[in-house]
Write a protein that binds this ligand. Structure first.
Ligand SMILES: [Zn+2]
Length: 313
């Protein structure tokens, strides 16, 4: 059998929208992809994933949607419903508790604002860091020597990748949080509570998805890079996410997890095994030939950008 798991993030009508340069999938293209997948594969429900090994000659696909965006409720869900197919939605659980926008999403919208003006953004960051006595040129030089190579599978150019890595990982937690919040308030929105409400699905919407045959899984509590975290902190983040899913009455019998940024290591897998999680999803690219105890906690996926190049023969 062949199993194609597809990853989606933002899916929305982009043209003439407020954020035309957001790294999102145009809604019309999503509709086309569903038709392609429907024609060439059987689109599975998460709950039927355990049956794929029985069908040796069949082609399957599984649709996964990360980050709990309201796009998934407003645009994706009606299309899935129309086709009578199911999707799996991975929610960063902190969104239920905090009314602030996740740092990663603030960065997306900052980059949207400075699309093709990344040099200007880097200048602004430089000005901010200079006041904090941090020399951005030295930071960048070190980054090029050590981390630039990490860009294994990334659709961003090097300029964007550097800014993302800087704001997500390289600077200390305190400085990057303050810097992102400063840029977000200055250039995107002063009302991050209102932005939160418009960006993510709320509890009620998620419950409607669940009631209508969609699968809901955990995307971690705080949407963090596990590969840079120790065992204890990873476990805390994972356990907290499932605890809240349960409390909110959104968890299903099948427990699934999706690594934020695809980031995981041996510890993450060990923890998920201990927690008896059924499946976990990475951003490693590829098709699965079968599902077994070795790969079920590190399932490969294709990005939506890969769908046009998939070979179903
Ligand atoms: Zn994510």
């Amino acid at each position: 059998m062949s199993l194609f798991i597809i990853t989606y993030h933002y899916v929305r009508p982009l043209k003439n929208s407020k954020y035309p340069n957001l790294k999102a999938l145009e809604l019309n293209k999503f509709k086309k992809q569903i038709n392609i997948l429907k024609k060439n594969t059987t689109i599975l429900k998460m709950e039927n994933l355990n049956q794929v090994n029985l069908n040796k000659n069949k082609k399957f696909s599984l649709l996964t949607f990360d980050d709990g965006y309201v796009d998934h409720y407003k645009y994706v869900y009606p299309i899935l419903k129309k086709h009578k197919i199911s999707g799996s939605f991975f929610i960063p659980i902190k969104n239920f508790i905090s009314k602030d926008v996740l740092l990663v999403n603030k960065i997306h919208f900052i980059l949207e604002k400075f699309y093709q003006k990344e040099q200007k953004l880097e200048e602004l960051i430089n000005q901010y860091l200079t006041k904090k006595k941090i020399n951005l040129h030295i930071v960048k030089k070190k980054w090029i020597q050590s981390r630039a190579k990490r860009r294994k599978r990334n659709f961003d150019n090097q300029k964007v990748f550097f800014i993302k890595d800087l704001l997500q990982n390289i600077l200390s937690d305190k400085i990057r949080n303050n810097l992102v919040n400063y840029l977000f308030a200055k250039y995107i929105s002063k009302n991050s509570k209102d932005f939160h409400r418009k960006l993510y699905m709320n509890e009620k919407q998620i419950k409607i998805l669940k009631k209508n045959g969609m699968h809901i899984g955990s995307h971690g509590y705080e949407h963090q890079w596990y590969e840079f975290m120790n065992f204890k902190n990873q476990r805390k983040d994972i356990k907290k996410s499932f605890k809240i899913l349960k409390e909110k009455n959104i968890s299903s019998n099948l427990k699934t997890f999706c690594y934020a940024y695809g980031s995981h290591n041996k510890n993450s897998i060990k923890i998920l095994k201990n927690e008896k999680i059924d499946y976990a999803f990475t951003t490693l690219k590829g098709m699965e030939k079968n599902i077994n105890f070795r790969n079920k906690l590190k399932l490969k996926r294709f990005d939506t950008n890969d769908v046009k190049n998939l070979n179903f023969n």
